[in-house]
Design a binder for this molecule. Sequence first.
Ligand SMILES: [Zn+2]
Length: 64
Amino acid sequence: MRKFGHNINRNDIYYDIMPIDPVCGIEMDEDLATIHEYDGKKYYFCCEGCRSIFSRKPGKYSKK
Ligand SMILES: [Zn+2]
């Protein structure tokens, strides 16, 4: 039998996952992260240093 009502959207799934800093790979609390938006997507960083590294070379750290 097929399952219906499987209406979890991507935002809900993302909400349950700890954001990961793409530069240093650290998991962190979303509330404490430095947020940077690139290409319509939000990226989370542990500190301003990682955020600035990403913003210089976003293509290196963002994968589609
Ligand atoms: Zn970091």
